[in-house]
Design a protein around this ligand. Structure first.
Ligand code: 4AD
Ligand code: MG
Length: 477
């Protein structure tokens, strides 16, 4: 008999039908009722076994976590909350699970505890819901750009360039760290390394993405990126996934329009296609909120927050205006910010971003035209000679979710900028050549995929929206 996925058994299968299901035991009650889940849906199906006629060795092994194959008849459910259940004719144990040592018991576990068990946490309701939403969002990303005629480009993971210029890269080498070959000056001789030069894991596919946009007009990348920044926060990973669209002939306004449309598309997709998982995650958050003091409770539920972003245009605010707002804000005057804002040119910290979004404007904000001194070399210089055509999208509860800009397409200006930032022209020769061979105005941005998944699922810690998080000191699994 062919296996039926539990999702379809629960929704579509006909009463009275013979059925085969396979999955993992969540609970086994009264030697009779098995709740079984195969990950196709957040919901379990109930299988009813006949204690008398079932082999005692089988009964003994129906434990939480064990993997079973069950053949039986689909009947109308006697219990509440489910349409059908399976009356088992035959139960086979595919994989035993010792309840004495299995870490997942039928009770609530803390997210911290589950992080230590990343290889099995996907078997919980919360994590299987997050994995499914993450999948749906991946699909929606490709669907959005495909519908618009963007070309998906695979940019390299091993690279010789530091796109963001922040120097936070993981080195890639085959040299023996205990005995590296040295050059005449006594430095490590990377000519003797695998690629005959220094290479790293990429921090962004943007620079290579730009080369493609200057031929295909509209492209996007969707790949892993790596940053060796030592930030132990709930928003930073050392390995994260980024979506980077890059568009010829777009200016900064077009870029903002696309970013807003894209984010909304993803949210709408989740609301339309992940209803059960979102309902579960919404309830999970409501339960969590109940344990918080009134003042710390969120004003909106997860589902309300998602709808709110769909219903309200993002506020577009120039950096200069944002600095004025922040300088005059209560937390600044009362010295409540960790980093006080007093001068134009200050870099914004996440406390400032969240103040603007959550307290001041109370909706998503796009900040644009940042000081050139705090942004990357590739951003287009504005006529004021002080700011660049940068844009960051800030979301409630998250802070920066997107970073992007119009790009400097003028060769002479770009050369001046990289000289001023101390970048060697030889390092970026191919990038510079795109500015002499048919350059074009163009723009793009990067969406941090995990931050987006955090927003959509309501998970507070970025470590809980990627299967195997990489953070300082953590690369188990
Ligand atoms: O603002 P960032 O550094 O921009 C870039 O990398 C550009 N090259 C993008 C572009 O214009 N094509 O990063 C973009 C986004 C951030 O807004 C944030 O959402 C996410 O990537 N991000 C991180 N997510 C998780 N962990 C980290 N350490 C992250 N650093 C950035
Ligand atoms: Mg940024």
């Amino acid at each position: 008999m062919k296996r039926t996925k539990i999702k379809f058994a629960l929704a579509d299968a006909t009463i009275g039908e013979k059925i085969l299901i396979k999955g993992w035991v969540r609970t086994f009650r009264n030697n009779q009722f098995i709740a079984i889940n195969d990950g196709s849906t957040i919901n379990n199906i109930q299988a009813v076994v006949d204690f008398e006629s079932t082999d005692e060795n089988v009964i003994k092994n129906i434990n939480t976590g064990a993997c079973l194959s069950i053949e039986g008849t689909l009947v109308e459910s006697q219990g509440k909350g489910q349409r059908v259940e399976v009356v088992a004719d035959k139960v086979e144990i595919l994989g035993v699970c010792d309840p004495e040592v299995y870490p997942l018991q039928p009770k609530k576990h803390s997210l911290e505890f589950l992080r230590e068990k990343a290889h099995i946490r996907v078997r919980t309701n919360t994590f299987s819901a997050v994995y499914r939403v993450r999948h749906a969002m991946t699909f929606a990303v490709h669907e959005f750009f495909n519908k618009k005629g963007f070309v998906n480009v695979h940019t390299p993971i091993i690279t010789g360039s530091d796109a963001e210029g922040a120097g936070e890269m993981f080195r890639v080498t085959t040299l023996d760290p205990t005995q590296p070959p040295l050059d005449a000056a006594g430095s490590v001789d990377y000519k003797a390394d695998f690629f005959e030069k220094e290479t790293n894991l990429t921090v962004s596919g943007q620079l290579e993405g730009e080369t493609a946009a200057l031929a295909l007009s509209e492209i996007y990348t969707f790949g892993p990126t790596f940053r060796a920044e030592n930030s132990n926060t709930t928003r930073h990973l050392a390995e994260f996934w980024m979506i980077e669209p890059e568009m010829a002939f777009y200016d900064l306004q077009d870029n903002m329009d696309l970013a807003q449309e894209f984010l909304r598309y993803l949210i709408q997709y989740a609301l339309d296609n992940c209803q059960e998982d979102l309902a579960f995650l919404n309830q999970r958050l409501l339960d969590e909120e109940k344990n918080k003091p009134q003042a710390e409770r969120s004003e909106m539920s997860l589902l309300e927050k998602l709808q709110f972003v769909l219903d309200n245009d993002f506020e577009r605010v120039a950096y200069t205006e944002a600095i004025q707002i922040l300088r005059n804000s209560k937390p600044n005057k009362k010295k409540k910010f960790k980093y006080l804002i007093d001068e134009w040119g200050a870099d914004l910290q996440s406390e400032h971003e969240r103040f603007l979004v959550e307290k001041h404007f109370k909706k998503p904000v796009i900040l644009y035209n940042y000081p050139k001194t705090i942004k990357a070399f590739y951003m287009r210089a504005n006529d004021d000679d002080k700011t660049v055509g940068a844009m960051d999208v800030l979301f409630p509860g998250i802070g920066e979710i997107i970073g992007g800009s119009q790009r400097e397409e003028r060769l002479d200006v770009l050369k001046e900028k990289i000289a001023a930032m101390g970048i060697d022209e030889k390092e970026v020769w191919w990038y510079l050549e795109t500015r002499s061979f048919g350059t074009a105005p163009h723009s793009g941005f990067g969406l941090g995929f995990e931050r987006m998944i955090q927003f959509v699922t309501g998970m507070g810690n970025i470590r809980d929206v990627i299967p195997f998080p990489r953070t300082p000191g953590n690369a188990e699994f």
